[in-house]
Design a protein around this ligand. Sequence first.
Ligand SMILES: NC(=O)c1ccc[n+]([C@@H]2O[C@H](COP(=O)([O-])OP(=O)(O)OC[C@H]3O[C@@H](n4cnc5c(N)ncnc54)[C@H](OP(=O)(O)O)[C@@H]3O)[C@@H](O)[C@H]2O)c1
Length: 326
Amino acid sequence: MRTTTLGARGPRVGAIGLGCMGMTHAYDLDTPRDDNQSIAVIHQALDAGMNLIDTADVYGPHTNEDLVGRALADRRDRAVLATKVGLVWDDPDAAATGTSSPGIGRNGRPEYVRASIDDSLRRLQTDRVDLYQLHRIDPEVPIEETWGAMAEVVAAGKARLIGLSEVTVAEIERAAAIHPVATVQSELSLWTRDALDEVVPYCAQHGIAFLPFSPLGRGFLAGRFASSDELSQSDFRRGLPRFQQEALRENLAIVERIRTVAERVDATPAQVALAWVLAQGEHVVPIPGTKTPRYLAENAAAADVRLSAQDLAELDGLPAPVGGRY
Ligand SMILES: NC(=O)c1ccc[n+]([C@@H]2O[C@H](COP(=O)([O-])OP(=O)(O)OC[C@H]3O[C@@H](n4cnc5c(N)ncnc54)[C@H](OP(=O)(O)O)[C@@H]3O)[C@@H](O)[C@H]2O)c1
């Protein structure tokens, strides 16, 4: 797979990475987890050159980092390992057992960041992560304080680089005044393009890698769902506006138009969705999520899908989705 750098001075990463969230969190929670298959998918990603592996302490909580740690235990040096801090479950026990739907809050206090990195390193079975990301800015804590603690994590040798998630240009600038921002992770896909207005170009100009999350629209843009009934009761997507039955049905028109382009370029809708994201800049490294070997192979091959100017124009012209992101 072709490679790019993670930010101006960062390590080399495959043009497409792997998001691990859905392996233990948010999606398909009523289906028994198959950790062995998920670990095999992480290994498959490394073999395909998709070496940026993304997780977070809040996924599970903690189960995702545990799983990624087990997957990388005997091949840590082959991965560019990214995790996150700053989101916390209101009730972790209920979250883990699925007995209720607790809310998720934010914690950007410096002492919390300092303690959390050690917990993440233990679960990930490593002494340093390549990228430590602030999952969300805590409105109760000035970004300078949280980011200062993230910079201390770098100074202590526990993280190589630090990044932000779901931020504005003004917030990136406030953080960058304290310590370089290596990456910004935000939602970007054919049905979520807000970041293209300011954040993606700003990152290109300032040597910051942009990591699109949910680049497949949480599976929808890959043509996975024709009805919200296909989602299990506890699936996180069931609560999202775009996945409500009426909205979802209307949004199928978007998938149909992606499918038309896909047929023309002899690719799948998922590959077209990823190729469009890749076309947004050399510094853009999408992290599609999957726990399915077949999808992993398909997503890896998306790096070789070429879209013509006409294809891109057609995709740029897709209608806006019905329903907000969250
Ligand atoms: N920073 C943040 O706030 C934030 C928020 C959300 C996500 N993320 C990160 O971004 C990563 C990716 O986002 P995401 O998982 O929400 O959404 P996504 O990558 O847009 O979509 C994942 C869904 O698409 C399915 N899928 C993957 N490849 C496919 C293919 N080729 N054909 C058909 N279906 C396919 C997956 O199925 P299977 O799982 O069944 O294989 C899964 O249901 C996450 O894993 C996480 O690391 C970050």
